[in-house]
Design a protein around this ligand. Structure first.
Ligand SMILES: Cc1cc2nc3c(=O)[nH]c(=O)nc-3n(C[C@H](O)[C@H](O)[C@H](O)COP(=O)(O)OP(=O)(O)OC[C@H]3O[C@@H](n4cnc5c(N)ncnc54)[C@H](O)[C@@H]3O)c2cc1C
Length: 395
């Protein structure tokens, strides 16, 4: 695969660079650089999305009819790589990358016309209501009950690990509409308004000290049936389709930036003098190169609005494991400072004086936060099961 850029692609890259130079404020760059999670703080991701939207670049992988850019695979890749290189904040994936393709694939014309422009402009902020206490890997066992009552469903139960539910005004949610028969055949996919009476959001503070996830409680919550995506009891089909988009998506561009940063940190700390450390860094680099090639192969499926299929499981597994490998190497490089900096990151508003170099500040919070990457979106063990069944035929 030849990844050398043609003169036209180089010109496109320069246009993107010029735009990013102009549009990324120092605050946005700093937020991107300091972020210790794949989920950038909403106060930075949404202003950045609005700037991109004004430029027509908020959703490069969407079909043009819904507001995509019409870029080819290489242009989208260049854009992604340049955003990572410039330190742009990440965009929240739940709307643009997850529920939007599901609405395009399964929504009515009214649903597409209503929701997609609001997702693109950043008017709506979405969260994902899949997991429940007791239903994670075995998602089809979910129990949140939806009782049909006239034009509404009435929801009782709870969702857990709901990322950014504290910010979201919308949730896409899996509910149980039938209790008998095969569990997968009794699930319905709903789009709901988080301001509806009876919804309570309670924070869960992670090991890294972040408030990213929540438990969401539903007490007789009325959701209009017009919010249903797909047919009643056919939500499993929509849910699986959406998960392929959640698991797919690019990561090599961001990993390459992290690798370059790690090299600089390791050089500054003297860790790079150790040949064993350099060997592990080289192994990480090889893994990232392989991910980049795989991404190029599946990108064309994503670009045409098609689902990426089981390749998304491969990318999710490889991408998250490479990320964790870089985190471990970063901790090794800044070892004397990592514990101190973790204490500071947990209490940013306190009066603890910063100790150690600036480059050590994010190492431990990032390491802790990214432990979750091989769990959310379906754990990597589950991804390996999917690859065994769908790619290798080992059911
Ligand atoms: C930071 C974070 C954010 C999240 N955000 C969201 C969100 O926004 N919305 C949402 O709906 N969910 C979210 N999740 C939930 C996530 O999808 C689940 O945690 C995940 O699917 C695993 O489910 P579980 O936690 O119930 O673990 P379990 O299913 O109990 O699994 C426990 C362990 O057993 C292993 N295991 C289970 N079954 C098998 C099997 N068949 N074969 C091999 N190994 C197996 C798993 O790999 C795991 O290591 C989030 C999770 C985290 C950590």
């Amino acid at each position: 695969m030849n990844l050398d850029l043609t003169p036209e692609e180089l010109a496109f890259r320069d246009d993107v660079r010029a735009f990013l130079d102009e549009a990324l404020t120092p605050q946005l760059r700093e937020a991107g650089r300091r972020s210790t999670s794949v989920f950038t703080d909403r106060d930075f991701s949404m202003p950045w999305q609005k700037i991109l939207h004004a430029q027509g670049w908020a959703a490069p992988s969407w079909p043009v009819e819904f507001g995509g850019t019409g870029w080819n695979d290489m242009q989208r890749y260049i854009f992604q790589a340049e955003c990572a290189r410039a330190g742009a904040p990440g965009l929240a994936p739940m709307g643009l990358r997850m529920v939007a393709p599901a609405i395009m694939g399964y929504g009515s014309e009214e649903q597409k016309a209503y929701y997609l422009p609001r997702i693109l402009s950043g008017q709506d902020y979405w969260c994902q209501g899949y997991s429940e206490p007791g239903s994670g890997s075995d998602l089809a066992s979910l129990q949140l009950k939806a009782t049909s009552d006239g034009d509404d469903y009435v929801l009782d139960g709870s969702k857990i690990w709901t990322t950014h539910a504290q910010f979201a005004n919308r949730m896409f949610c899996l509910v149980r509409t039938r209790f008998e028969g095969k569990p997968q055949a009794g699930i319905t996919f709903l789009l709901l308004d988080m301001a509806t009476r009876g919804i309570t959001v309670k924070p869960i503070i992670t090991l890294a000290g972040d408030h990213e996830v929540n438990q969401v409680f539903f007490d007789a919550v009325r959701v209009p049936k017009t919010g249903r995506l797909g047919a009643e009891n056919d939500g499993w089909t929509v849910a699986k389709y959406l998960l392929e988009f959640e698991r797919g998506g690019g990561s090599a561009a961001g990993l390459k930036v992290s690798l370059a940063r790690l090299r600089r940190v390791a050089a500054a700390e003297g860790t790079l003098d150790d040949p064993a450390y350099r060997r592990r860094l080289a192994e990480a680099e090889i893994a990232i190169e392989a991910i980049e090639m795989t991404e190029h192969r599946v990108m064309s499926a994503l670009s045409s609005g098609k689902n990426p299929g089981p390749a998304s499981s491969m990318l999710k597994t490889q991408g998250t494991e490479a990320m964790q490998r870089l985190d471990e190497l970063a901790i090794e490089a800044v070892r004397p400072w990592s514990q101190v900096e973790q204490r500071q990151a947990r209490a940013p508003a306190s009066n603890i004086e910063p100790v150690g170099p600036d480059h050590a500040l994010q190492a431990m919070p990032r390491y802790l936060n990214n432990r979750a990457a091989s769990i959310y979106g379906g754990s990597n063990e589950i991804q390996r099961n999917i690859m065994a069944a769908l790619v290798l035929g080992l059911r």
